[in-house]
Design a protein around this ligand. Sequence first.
Ligand SMILES: [Zn+2]
Length: 251
Amino acid sequence: MKTKSWRRLPPLKKWVLPRENWDAGPWDNEPDKVQWLDVFSGYPCLIVRGPMGNLCGYVGVPPFHPWYGLPYNRCTLPMCESDEEEGYCQHSPDCIIDCHRGLTYSNHCLELRPVHELSNIWHEVEPGDPAHIKLVWWFGFDCGHYMDLSPGLVAMARWANTMARESGHGDYLDELEAKVREMRPMDFEMPEDTYKDMEYVGACVRRMARQLRDIYDQTRGPIDGRQRDEGVQIQGPQGTVRDRLTLPIIG
Ligand SMILES: [Zn+2]
């Protein structure tokens, strides 16, 4: 598996405003997708720009990982006392893995499916790559939450605002804005949304890969120690993208 970056990705969702509508920002100088093999864990990693312009990070665990095939919000224990009816369990990957605002994605690699062209969440592998690099189960998070800036969302809000005013609904918008100001306490300032860039997301992904590898090492998968050691010995890819992503672990 080679380190690779895609400068721009074709828009996959028709309802999204074209990128030309976005404001200028750090996203202009970043790729839309990067893949690399994490040195510490030996797991494939991905950063993909979502349809709203925010970045999303993914780590692919191999078939012998205890969480392979497990949905991110499902309990990781075979026997659990928690009330699953509530739809929330403290043993879920989402609760255990510490990443940006929690996990929001889990799935097979979409490159192996017909839906490949509907998603960018897949990695490009080499014919000679071993199965544990090819057949991964992705866990992912996104940076499109509260306090995250998504350039596509900003553009869409602006477009909706313009459309509403042009179609004679300006008064309604003014009224709505006045209501919001009325409801908000005077001393309460809205926090500034910030864009979570490649550097930030790269560090989050590497931290997540480390945590997922720790889970594997703690629980010991069904494969013997020899294979586990091979995971550690995988050499990290070299190159500018890799260099940029070699950052100190957060936290
Ligand atoms: Zn549980």
